[in-house]
Design a protein around this ligand. Sequence first.
Ligand SMILES: [Zn+2]
Length: 245
Amino acid sequence: MHSILIYHTISSPAEPMAGDIDIPPHRFERQLQWLSRWRKVVTLDETLTAPRRQRLTAITFDDGFHDNLTVALPLLEQFRLPMTLFVTAGFLGRDGYLSPEELREISKHPLITIGAHGLFHRHFNRLTEEEARDELVESRRMLESLTRKTVDLMAWPYGECNETLERLSAESGYRASWSVWKGSNSQHSLWRVPLGRRDNLPRFIAKALGAYLPVKFVETKFDGLRNRSGHQPIYQPEATAGGSL
Ligand SMILES: [Zn+2]
């Protein structure tokens, strides 16, 4: 299976951000260094057509944080690695996010593809069908009019999707949509791997190699056994999917 990595913000806030979404620049740089040496990193688009046995890697950023432009992009340029920005269209211009003008500029960059991430980052599984369709269509329309490019890739906020939403996504003109280990891993709920500040290099490598799910399964199973036998678990598995994705 390909490894599609999810980043959010490359920054070092004094307090960890909710959802484990901040990664300090020096750690991100080491991750890119490792990827450029050991993995074939391609555009997200290429992962759609390449056979899964090729085990390619793609880099995605969700939400549209301002530091994607000022911190992440210079590092990606250094290693010549492409990324897809899944932009929450209604957040453009808000404090800490890209402005509409910055989005227009960054969308011209050869390493960057722009995708949609809803209009206001709502929980899609709580929306009516009409509301969900509006979010999908309007966000796409906004991003296309700003960038003057086709926007037909999408990532579900919080990774939330289901069969109805997957159908709506296809009907709204998207070629493919990504979740966060939710849904059927089919064309409109493709799996991605979330990364956060707790991912040291060994954990990052396990995730990038696609070995993290089996590792997590074993960790969880052993914790269960320890609990049943009355021992305290030595290691508490961390929540990886969900949060503020
Ligand atoms: Zn998000």
